[in-house]
Design a protein around this ligand. Structure first.
Ligand code: SAH
Length: 354
């Protein structure tokens, strides 16, 4: 009882100040329970509705290549996974996905891929400008990994509006346990600061329940978010993939992921927070529960059905057999079932809406 009272007190404090100390976040995360979650979600939902009402923003995700030069230990499309069947979409195929998406009411496209050097900067710039010319009323988001300042600048100048790059974990030692030696935590964070400086709307995030993660690490993630002030924060449970070094590791839980969504909403009240596909993968109603915990974005897949099964970051990923139109309709029904509605607009951060 005393424990619950302390958690309630800290949740009230977070609601009031939009911040806690490291040890306070850690306490809340370590003592998460059904009762504290319910208490948190009432507040996070109210705050979400204050800024975004019952609106749910959609982003059309186009996974245009699963080739990757990196070897992240958790990821199913890591370079060393010889069982991954690789594919690349052409510029025309990518534009076709956008065009299908536009008709389905998408006004934001997210181009995501492994780190695939096949796409040169010239190619990317040309793809970006074609999309922006064809769909001038749409926002374009990139999620193609770590690049130099100059590269990010070139994509921005070509018309890219937003960039998603999860920091994965705010703790350097933890980062090193999830990544090979040639990837550095410092560089990952530097990329995020560069993206901000260039003027992108930035999205970051982390996996919940990744191997070796502690409650303190998650508390550090919260402090990092508070410092970076990203527009969007995408989190999802870690889910093991059979062909990775982490195949035998436990996956993250829905409960902890939802709890982190609630904490993020109270910490960054206006943030764009997706109810992610990974959350929908560990529980059949994970995305709905994510919205009810304070999330306000969903990112259905617009990739051609023929390649969907190949972009397997983790086992059992959902929606890999569906057409884009089916996914769009299915999500609409899911959101309506909990009293929310998908809206047709770019889905900007509340601070950017005039
Ligand atoms: N190459 C791009 C896109 C990465 S894939 C980049 O570097 O940003 C997008 C996200 O999927 C990753 O940032 C990671 O957080 C998540 N992801 C990868 N493998 C996962 C797994 N096994 N379980 C859950 N999420 C995973």
């Amino acid at each position: 009882m005393i424990k619950i009272n302390k958690s309630f007190f800290l949740i009230d404090k977070l609601e009031q100040d939009n911040s806690l100390t490291l040890s306070e976040y850690e306490y809340l995360i370590s003592n998460q329970s059904e009762e504290t979650s319910e208490y948190l979600f009432e507040k996070s939902r109210a705050l979400r509705e204050k800024y975004y009402k019952k609106d749910v923003y959609i982003r059309g995700l186009i996974e245009f290549s699963n080739y990757c030069k990196n070897d992240c230990l958790y990821c199913g499309i890591r370079r060393s996974n010889k069982n991954a069947e690789r594919y690349r979409l052409t510029a025309d195929e990518i534009l076709e996905c956008c065009s299908d998406g536009y008709q389905l009411g998408f006004r934001t496209f997210v181009l995501q891929s492994g780190e695939d050097p096949y796409y040169t900067d010239d190619m990317l710039v040309s793809i970006i400008s074609s999309i922006k010319n064809s769909f001038p009323d749409c926002a374009l988001t990139l999620s193609i990994g770590e690049k130099t300042y100059e590269q990010y600048k070139a994509y921005f100048d070509a018309g890219a509006d937003r960039y998603l790059l999860r920091h994965e974990t705010a703790n350097k030692e933890h980062y090193d346990k999830l990544h090979p030696d040639n990837l550095s935590h410092d560089n990952r964070l530097q990329c995020l600061y560069n993206l901000k400086e260039i003027g992108y709307q930035v999205g970051t995030g982390f996996m919940v329940g990744s191997p070796y993660q502690t409650a303190k690490n998650l508390a550090q993630d919260m402090l990092f978010l508070k410092e970076l002030q990203p527009h969007m924060i995408g989190i999802g449970p870690f889910i093991s993939h059979k062909d990775t070094p982490f195949s035998q590791e436990q996956s993250g839980t829905m409960e902890q992921t939802l709890f982190m969504i609630g904490l993020i909403r109270l910490t960054l009240p206006q943030a764009l927070i997706p109810a992610t596909t990974a959350l929908g993968t560990i529980h059949p109603r994970g995305r709905e529960k994510g919205i009810l915990a304070g999330a306000n974005v969903v990112m259905p897949n617009l990739s051609p059905t023929s390649v969907r099964k190949k972009y397997m970051l983790y086992d059992n990923k959902i929606c890999t057999g569906d057409e884009s139109a089916q996914c769009r309709l299915c999500l609409q029904r899911r959101m309506e079932s909990i009293g929310y509605r998908i809206v047709v607009n770019k889905g900007d951060h509340a601070s950017l809406v005039k």
